[in-house]
Structure formats: structure tokens, C-alpha cells
Design a protein around this ligand. Structure first.
Ligand SMILES: [Zn+2]
Ligand SMILES: [Zn+2]
Length: 309
């Protein structure tokens, strides 16, 4: 008998939740990296698969190795491939340690990897695309652990000026009158690792189009473990679904010892059909592939119908 070849490394989990793709790898304690290509953003960088390199922004939720292990490599590869410096968004409390880590690589390699560090205070924001902002909020996991809400800020005419003729509005604007207000549309929220807490009830989280959250433990007798590790348990998710207004809830960071099929069965027993249908497990390859195949078929049908018309 000759030895077996090593197992093939798993491919990236993938969901198309129009207009966004959510893709990446996430297993509790091992690695978490989640990319939303349309927003030029990765959440965490536990490892650095090739596919995530084009996203300029990486938002770090906390300093555990399974969330930050690939960060140095990400910066270095972007530079090596001529993609420009990575922009690292983090809690301001984490910034000095990240700088020290990157300085360590400079010393090891004898060359400097360029990167831009964007430390945020709680509720601090950075514009990542035109009128699209990333906001940091604190979570309950480790010191300086945080999540992010990505919101679009649309400029709207104030109600009292609705229906006014254009010339009148121009006149008002020229007089220096502020005739617009900013309407905030929450697009994507990422919770990182966290105990159940206030962050889950924020409006920019609850009403985001897509919420990405951890669900480390799923078995009934693992509730105490979830509490001890400051993680979410499936029962927390079930309760949360009662107040979540998002279109999609993407669950990540399931522990390797937990079975996603069991998680789905248990969750289905705890929530309504409508709530259950919002939930996706990023690493459930089979279900997500079937879903994508249906989307692709539907797209082909639409195209054919358009061609006929
Ligand atoms: Zn983790
Ligand atoms: Zn952690």
C-alpha cells in the first residue's frame, strides 16, 4: 500500500444574494475570511485565498488568529501582484498591535510591505465607495472586538421642499438653504465573533439587506460552551430572527464538530418558515450550489423571454 495523497482543500463558500456576492471560508477557530466583491471589502483575513485579493478594504473584527492570520500575506500579495496597498480597517484599540505585526514582517523580510491602516473609534466611519460608508461598532467577544455596518447615504430632498419647481430649489440652494437630508440605507452588516448583546439590536444591523453573523455552536448541550467562549449559539439566532428585518442572514463560523444539516433541522423547529427561509449557512456547499443553479436557470429563462419579446 502506498500513502494516500493529502485531502483537497475546501473551496470557498459562495452565495449570490443580489446584487451582492458573499464568498469565503469560515470555520470556528480555524479561519474566517468573508468577501463581498461588489463592496470592495473583506471581513477578516484568517487565511488569504487568492480570490479575495482584489478587494482593497479588509475590516478586522478582532485579533484572534483565525480572523487575522492571513492579514500580512494579504497586504504582501496585493503589493506583489501590483494591486495597490491594502486598506486595513480596525478598532482603534487594535491598531498598535497590527502596526507591530507588520513591522515584524518588515524586519523578517528585509523589505517593507505598503498598507494603509484606518483605525476607527466606536461609531467611526470610513467611505469605501462613493456615498457608501463602513461604520464600526463594538461587540462582546474580546477586548476591542467589533463589527461593521455598511450603509449607503442617499441625499434626499427634505419633505417640506417636495413638489417645488426646480428654479425655486436652485434659488434656495444659492441662498445657502440646506434643502436635502441624508437617508441611510443599511446594506451589509458583519458581526464578527460575539456574545449575544446590544450590537444585534442596532438599526444598521437589524435592517441591513444582508446580515453576516457567527453561529459557532448548534447542539443543545453546547449552550454553556457558547457562553464561555463569548459566542452565539443557534438558540440565540432563533431568538434574534424575531427582531431581524434583514432580507438574508448568512451564518458563518460554525465549529467543525457541528453538523450544518443538524443546525438546519434544529433551527427549522425553532422559527417560522418565513424566518427560516432568510437563513443561509455560508459553508453549506450543496444547498448553496443548488440555489445558485436555480438562479442561473432563472436568469437564462429571463434572457430567452427578453430575446423573444
Ligand atoms: Zn473566531
Ligand atoms: Zn474570536
Amino acid at each position: 500500500m502506498i500513502p494516500k495523497p493529502p485531502p483537497r482543500e475546501g473551496s470557498l463558500g459562495f452565495l449570490f444574494l443580489p446584487p451582492y456576492r458573499v464568498q469565503g471560508l469560515s470555520v470556528a477557530g480555524e479561519q474566517t475570511v468573508i468577501q463581498v466583491p461588489e463592496l470592495d471589502t473583506c471581513f477578516d483575513m484568517g487565511t488569504c485565498p487568492r480570490a479575495v485579493l482584489p478587494s482593497k478594504f479588509v475590516a478586522i473584527s478582532h485579533g484572534h488568529m483565525d480572523h487575522i492570520g492571513g492579514l500580512g500575506y494579504f497586504c504582501s500579495q496585493r503589493n506583489f501582484q501590483g494591486m495597490g496597498p491594502a486598506k486595513i480597517v480596525c478598532h482603534e484599540g487594535l491598531a498598535p498591535a497590527i502596526q507591530k505585526m507588520m513591522a515584524g514582517f518588515t524586519e523578517l523580510e528585509g523589505q517593507t510591505t505598503p498598507y494603509e491602516l484606518i483605525p476607527l473609534a466606536p461609531e467611526g466611519e470610513v467611505e469605501i465607495k462613493n456615498a457608501i460608508w463602513m461604520r464600526m461598532f463594538e461587540t462582546e467577544h474580546t477586548q476591542h472586538s467589533c463589527g461593521y455596518a455598511i450603509v449607503e447615504k442617499r441625499s434626499k430632498l427634505r419633505d417640506e421642499f417636495a413638489g417645488q419647481p426646480q428654479e425655486k430649489l436652485r434659488e434656495l440652494r444659492e441662498k445657502g438653504e440646506d434643502i436635502t437630508r441624508i437617508q441611510e440605507v443599511p446594506l451589509v452588516a458583519y458581526l464578527g465573533d460575539t456574545s449575544p448583546g446590544a450590537a444585534m439590536l442596532r438599526n444598521d444591523v437589524r435592517t441591513a439587506q444582508i446580515v453576516i453573523a457567527e453561529c459557532t455552536f448548534v447542539e443543545k448541550d453546547h449552550k454553556a460552551r457558547a457562553e464561555a467562549g463569548n459566542h452565539l449559539h443557534l438558540t440565540d439566532i432563533a431568538e434574534w430572527l424575531g427582531v431581524l428585518e434583514c432580507e438574508h442572514l448568512v451564518l458563518v463560523h460554525v465549529s467543525r464538530r457541528s453538523n450544518i444539516a443538524v443546525a438546519q433541522k434544529n433551527l427549522r423547529a425553532m422559527v417560522s418558515k418565513e424566518q427560516y427561509e432568510k437563513v443561509h449557512f455560508l459553508m453549506d456547499y450543496r444547498t448553496n450550489r443548488d440555489r445558485y443553479d436555480r438562479q442561473a436557470e432563472e436568469a437564462l429563462r429571463m434572457e430567452a423571454a427578453r430575446a423573444k419579446a
